[in-house]
Structures are given as structure tokens and as C-alpha cells.
Write a protein that binds this ligand. Structure first.
Ligand code: PMP
Ligand code: GLN
Length: 381
């Protein structure tokens, strides 16, 4: 490994999912649903393959049907107008969108301010771009951003703010007031904002607000989302970017040399998915909320300190009540002890001490699976 990738060996998700496979434990580590998304959307992908749509390289920016559906989605949910031809880019999941945005927008030596704990690909992509990450640590129990601290972290080298709302792993959903303060700072200091909104439809209290909709922000914001979480097809890896023509074309330049294009037939299916009626989105949220509440109550009764998430499908806990301090060691021992896999939050911090005793569980699993996991935790801890 070169110096840029030093310390970034194997992702925690691969490590913990391998542990689940090896031990047969219930995997509440990596966030992927154990129930696929709507059958008619899966059928739309199969139909596209059978009918020969997307089986050869699709257009670089994504198929027009999907770019139009993405633009319609931004208008329908947020009143944001984007031109499907010049302001939308389809990517291989949000992961590629993040990578392409970092590689295209950053110069070596630039600083990027990101909320810590951060989703692990942020650190890697900022490093691969030769830039420096500057963490704004969200602290228990509330995990709200300290906006005065944020202001003080901006230097002449700061190029962009990397936001994530709803936030993985804490479940924090930024409020309109917080977003307004961040937007004002971005305008004042002429910063770009890259915002990862893959959990935009997984919000249980409050609502998701895209920062691109705030005054002065549309022209400086690269918004990223994907189909994986919203439609429960995380394996399809269809993501997208919406931004101004200049920003989209900059990100696209990098994207061209990462994957060139992403899988064609899934793009046709996701175009249909985005047009599902409001009831789909509402039912999905109601179903997940039931799962959140079941896991939340179960973790509390098993003895964890639980930080209730406002969004995403993760719950962050603290293991101090068990007399334990090290979340990584706790997670390594958990399959044998309780038959459950979880993820230590310390890997999402630059300063692992900040999240040493935090452990994340996902609740995008069937209710019976969550109940079985809670039984294991209650018995083993
Ligand atoms: N951003 C965040 C915050 C995530 O949790 C994830 C994980 N799914 C991604 C991006 C990656 O999304 P995708 O699977 O669409 O690449
Ligand atoms: N986003 C998912 C999580 O946080 C997993 C993504 C991945 O495996 N890279 O669990």
C-alpha cells in the first residue's frame, strides 16, 4: 500500500460480514436489508435484460430515462429543478459519486471538513485525492454539530464541506437551523459542499432537508444519493449526482476513468422505482420505524446505553454499562458470546478514543431476526 492508503487495509464491513459468515452469527453489522425491494422493480431489471435494454455500455452520464426520473424525484420531494441532460450524473452507487467528487474537486493539500464519525469511504477518497480531512466531531449523547467549532475549522486551505444527513452511523438528521448556519458559512467562505444523502427517505423524526435548496447553495452543492437504501437493492449499485452543469461535468470527468458507466439494466429498473407512488416511501419508513423501535427497546433491555437515531438504519450504542471500554474487542467477541455481529464506531473516527466504547447495530432486518438477536444479546451479556 502507498502512503495515501496506509491504515485503510480492509473495510470494517468486509471484516465483520466475514465474521458473521464464519460464525453463523446474526449480522447486524453491515447495513443491508435481508428482504429485497419491490418485486415489480426486480422484475423491471429482469425485463430490461431479457429485452436487451442496457446489456451493452449505456451512455456515460446514465440512461436518459433514469436521469429524467432523478430530476423528477428532486422536484417532487424538494422542489429542486435539475436539467436531466446537464445537471444529473448516474454513478456506480453513491460510493463512486463520493470518489469521483473528491478526485475531481480536490487539489493535493486542500482541506475537507467532514463530520466525524465518518462513513469509511470518505477518509479513503479524501486521502486518494491527496487532500487532508479535518474532522468535526459529533459527540454523544446528542451528536449535534458544534457550529462555532465548524466556523473555527475553516482555513484558507478549506476547499469543501462534506456533509452526510441523515448521518451514518449516529442517525443524526440535520435541522433546518443547522443547515442554514452551514450554508451561510459556505457562502461567506466560498466553499463547495458535497452532501451524501443516501438515507434521505429513512427519516423517523423531523424531515430530510437538502442543503442545495437553501439560498446561495444550489450553485455550490454537489448532492449525492443512491437507490440502494431507498429501494432495498444495495447490490445494484446505482447512485447519482445532482449539481450545476459545471460541477456535474467536473465530477463526470473523474467518473469516466473510474468505471466509465454503471450497470445498464438496473438503471431502467431504478428509473421505475423512483416513480413509485408516495405510499411506497411512506410504507417503507413505517416498516423501518417498527424495526428501529424493536431493536432500540431490545438493546436498552439488554443493558446498552442507546442513542435513538432520527434517521438511517443504524443505532449507535455505548457498552460502558457492561463495564467494557473497547468496542472493537467487544465486537470481535460478540458472535461467540451472543451470536450477533455489530460494528465498532471507533473505526469511523480519526481519534479512535472518541468513539472507543460505541458500537453500531443495523435494524434493516426482519422483525423475527431482530428479536432473535435481542434474545442472544440478553442471554449473553
Ligand atoms: N454513504 C453512506 C453514508 C453510506 O452509509 C453508504 C453505504 N451504503 C454509502 C454512501 C454507499 O452507498 P452505495 O451503496 O450506493 O454506494
Ligand atoms: N453503508 C453500509 C454500512 O454502513 C455498508 C456499505 C459497505 O459495505 N461499504 O453498513
Amino acid at each position: 500500500l502507498n502512503r495515501r492508503l496506509a491504515g485503510l487495509g480492509t473495510t470494517i464491513f468486509a471484516e465483520m460480514s466475514a465474521l458473521a459468515t464464519a460464525t453463523g452469527a446474526i449480522n447486524l453489522g453491515q447495513g443491508f436489508p435481508d428482504t429485497d425491494g419491490p418485486a415489480e422493480i426486480a422484475e423491471a431489471a429482469a425485463r430490461a435484460i431479457r429485452e436487451g435494454r442496457g446489456n451493452q455500455y449505456p451512455p456515460g452520464p446514465g440512461i436518459p430515462e433514469l436521469r429524467t426520473a432523478i430530476a423528477e424525484h428532486q422536484q417532487r420531494f424538494y422542489g429542486l429543478g435539475y436539467d436531466p441532460d446537464t445537471e444529473v450524473l448516474v454513478t456506480a452507487g453513491a460510493t463512486e459519486a463520493i470518489a469521483a467528487a473528491m478526485l475531481a474537486l480536490l487539489e493535493p493539500g486542500d482541506e475537507v471538513i467532514a463530520f466525524e464519525p465518518f462513513y469509511d469511504s470518505y477518509a479513503a477518497c479524501i486521502a486518494m485525492a491527496g487532500a487532508t480531512r479535518v474532522p468535526l466531531t459529533l459527540r454523544a449523547p446528542d451528536f449535534r454539530p458544534d457550529l462555532d467549532l465548524l466556523r473555527s475549522l475553516v482555513t484558507p486551505r478549506t476547499r469543501l464541506l462534506l456533509l452526510n444527513t441523515p448521518h451514518n452511523p449516529t442517525g443524526t438528521v440535520l435541522t433546518p437551523d443547522e443547515l442554514t448556519a452551514i450554508a451561510e458559512l459556505a457562502v461567506e467562505r466560498d466553499l463547495l459542499v458535497v452532501t451524501d444523502e443516501v438515507y434521505e427517505h429513512l427519516v423517523f423524526s423531523g424531515a430530510h432537508h437538502p442543503i442545495a435548496a437553501l439560498p446561495g447553495m444550489r450553485e455550490r452543492t454537489v448532492s449525492i444519493s443512491s437507490a440502494g437504501k431507498t429501494f432495498s437493492f444495495t447490490g445494484w449499485k446505482v447512485g447519482w449526482v445532482t449539481a450545476t452543469p459545471e460541477l456535474v461535468s467536473t465530477v463526470r470527468t473523474a467518473k469516466q476513468y473510474l468505471t466509465y458507466v454503471s450497470a445498464g439494466p438496473f438503471q431502467y429498473a431504478v428509473a421505475e422505482a423512483l416513480r413509485l407512488p408516495d405510499a411506497y416511501y411512506a410504507d417503507f419508513r413505517t416498516d423501518l420505524l417498527r424495526k428501529r423501535d424493536l431493536l432500540d427497546a431490545g438493546l436498552r433491555s439488554a443493558g446498552f446505553e442507546v442513542y435513538e437515531p432520527q434517521g438511517t438504519y443504524f443505532i449507535t450504542t455505548d457498552i460502558t454499562p457492561f463495564g467494557e471500554k473497547d468496542g472493537y474487542a467487544f465486537c470481535r467477541a460478540l458472535p461467540a458470546r451472543c451470536g450477533v455481529v455489530a460494528v465498532p464506531n471507533s473505526v469511523f473516527y480519526d481519534d479512535p478514543d472518541a468513539g472507543r466504547s460505541q458500537v453500531r447495530f443495523t435494524f434493516c432486518k426482519r422483525l423475527d431476526v431482530i428479536s432473535a438477536a435481542v434474545e442472544g444479546l440478553t442471554a449473553g451479556l
